[in-house]
Design a protein. Structure first.
Length: 126
């Protein structure tokens, strides 16, 4: 568990490198980024500790991302909420003579202040 601002920044820098491998990365990191603000007191609350553990667990159990086969169709799943945007790119590939939907890439980010006023359908187009 990070004990100070420097340790949480280091963890976020490390985990950010793997953000495309982790579904719903952005919503998990939001409580931890609040700890990086120099104008606020560093306080590891229960919610922040849960966010840290969730992200740490996701790093150790993330599914392997496969290389896309550009001859096959892709499936794009998108979602938006008041906190963040997320998308997952999947593809149905043949594994052991069975069609299997596999993840290619995950993308997520925090909603910007001006984007928070958009409607749901507008947010999902971002």
């Amino acid at each position: 568990m990070p004990q100070n601002r420097k340790e949480i920044q280091s963890f976020l820098g490390f985990s950010g490198y793997y953000r495309q491998h982790i579904k719903d990365f952005a919503p998990r990191e939001i409580p931890l980024y609040e700890l990086c603000d120099k104008d606020k007191v560093f306080e590891m609350t229960i919610d922040r500790a849960k966010a840290f553990e969730s992200l740490r667990q996701a790093l150790t159990t993330a599914p392997p991302l496969l290389m896309p086969d550009f001859k096959l169709a892709f499936k794009l799943y998108i979602d938006a909420s008041g906190d963040g945007l997320g998308a997952a790119l999947h593809q149905v590939q043949i594994k052991n003579n069975k069609p299997v939907e596999v993840p290619i890439c995950f993308i997520s980010r925090k909603i910007k202040l001006t984007e928070a006023r958009y409607g749901a359908s507008q947010m999902e187009c971002l």
